[in-house]
Design a protein around this ligand. Structure first.
Ligand code: 5GP
Ligand code: MG
Length: 483
């Protein structure tokens, strides 16, 4: 059993643990299996998951044991101009990876997934990964000593070389041996000429769902993507510690339990990251978010204000929940500018400098200034990370004449990094790290700051998803400590 340890210590510890060196990846996976013109299906599902990654998109289809590959270093929403899906990406099975936009040096074309391995001792295969693999530094070093040359700097490639270096005689067994050497965090798609493997780590940190079409199956990080096809139906999630094996031309799939499940679902998927219309454990994320908003009032029955202002879009559902419970008026006076193709507006969180983030956050939030003068406002968002968004929101409200600003955050303070795939690389970046709520309140310029408590979050999970969660970034337990 993997030990459960909470990560507490100095900032130097992060460096020592190599956390900074591990590149975080929160990505989107899509597959279409045994469906004529699979590449079109898989790509449409990937487009529905553009919020999971806009820094790169790659697609691989397979026909008659040959892989057909297209990769771009841009958002999936820009599509693949000039590519004829039927001709250039033929076959009845295809997988797509969209890559998350994080800051840093991730732009190399070789990092765009899926990673393709044309000739190995286990045959040819293609791998796409969502999550960040922990504790892989020494594994990577060992592999390099054995002569492995890495084509990318992604942690995902380490898994691929563990597969090719396994002494097992079949790819199935080689995959299982590789999975057992890296505990987390991954949801994976591995495509071979005849099979597709859909895998979740035994903690179930990242989501992965199976859907059914009349002919064949879809597999996506988020089941919201299945709704691109009205005739599709959601079947179930890939379970923690499970491999689903799809075979060419077979209308059923096999399940292999390769590790003891110990669910630690990344609750930030529910709080913010996943699409509101995705379900987890058959519970809609948007309903979960509403419950978080209601919980804020349960914990703070004295909450008052003239109206509730969601920071759209991420604060919307918690704000609606808060409104339903409190009956304080709900007003969308902040309007969110939606991203358009290639518009840097989509990148406020991941822009490299504070100045850039501030400018983008400012452009993103338009305020009806005329409605604010003399009002006591309750601003609702899902999280404070580096506090760019909230500083801007409070400044704008103050300038517009708000008499009192209460900020409600539908998650506990983020006080620690995420080694499992979110973009919190060092604690130093986190406004709430080592600081009191009062310190954070002053930093953002609010009159009152309310965070949801960790207990409150767990209570809501207990009523909704009813699953085990990772609360490491909130100062709780990580399922696996990065080494
Ligand atoms: P801050 O502005 O405090 O740095 O970040 C908080 C805002 O960014 C919130 O509105 C939240 O919705 C969003 N956010 C939180 N975590 C992430 C993330 O991992 N990626 C992106 N793109 N946005 C995030
Ligand atoms: Mg937001």
């Amino acid at each position: 059993m993997q030990q459960i340890i909470s990560l507490k210590g100095s900032l130097d510890e992060e460096q020592e643990l190599g956390i900074k060196g591990i590149f975080p990846e929160e990505c989107g996976l899509s597959a279409a299996v045994n469906i004529p013109f699979a590449s079109e299906y898989a790509f449409k599902c990937a487009s529905a998951q553009d919020h999971r990654g806009e820094k790169g998109v790659g697609i691989v289809s397979v026909r008659k044991s040959k892989f057909y590959i297209e990769k771009r270093r841009w958002s999936v929403i820009l599509g693949l101009p000039g590519v004829n899906f039927k001709k250039d990406l033929p076959g009845k099975t295809a997988i797509v990876h969209n890559r998350y936009a994080t800051e840093g040096d991730s732009d190399s074309p070789s990092n765009v997934q899926p990673l393709v391995f044309q000739e190995t001792s286990k045959g040819s295969f293609v791998l796409a990964h969502n999550g960040t693999m922990n504790n892989v530094r020494s594994i990577k070093k060992d592999l390099m000593k054995k002569g492995v040359a890495f084509q990318s700097t992604t942690d995902s490639e380490i898994m691929a070389h563990l597969i090719t270096h396994s002494n097992e005689d079949t790819i199935e067994k080689a995959i299982i041996s590789a999975l057992n050497q890296i505990t987390a965090a991954y949801s994976l798609l591995i495509l071979t000429p005849n099979k597709l493997f859909a895998i979740r780590d035994r903690f179930g940190i990242r989501p992965l769902s199976i859907g059914k079409l009349k002919s064949g199956f879809l597999v996506c990080s988020e089941n919201y993507a299945f709704d691109q096809y009205p005739s599709s139906s959601y079947l179930r999630e890939v379970e923690p510690g499970e491999i689903i094996v799809f075979e060419k031309n077979k209308d059923s799939f096999e399940s292999i339990k390769y590790a003891e499940p110990d669910e630690h679902f990344c609750i930030f998927e529910g709080i913010y990251f996943s699409h509101p219309r995705t379900t987890y454990k058959e519970y809609y994320n948007e309903d979960f978010r509403q419950e978080l908003g209601k919980q804020i009032l349960i914990e703070n029955p004295d909450l008052q204000g003239d109206f509730i202002l969601p920071v759209l879009d991420s604060g919307k559902h918690a704000a609606i929940g808060l409104f339903k419970k409190s009956r304080i008026d709900y007003k969308e006076y902040f309007l969110r500018k939606h991203k358009t193709s290639g518009d840097p507006v989509s990148r406020s969180f991941t822009s490299a400098t504070y100045q850039e983030r501030k400018e983008v956050a400012f452009k993103k939030l338009h305020l009806r200034k005329d409605k604010i003068r003399g009002k006591s406002v309750v601003v609702v968002d899902d999280s404070i990370v580096r506090s760019t968004t909230m500083k801007i929101a409070c400044e704008r409200l103050r300038n517009a004449g708000a008499s009192y600003i209460t900020v409600c955050i539908s998650a506990p303070p983020i006080v620690s990094i995420c080694p499992n795939g979110m973009a919190y690389r060092t604690r130093k970046q986190l406004t709430a790290y080592n600081r009191t709520t009062e310190d954070v309140r002053k930093t953002i310029g609010a009159d009152r700051l309310i965070y949801l408590s960790l207990k409150g979050l767990k209570d809501v999970v207990g009523k909704t998803y009813k699953c085990g969660i990772c609360t490491g970034c909130f100062g709780g337990k990580y399922p696996v400590i990065p080494r």
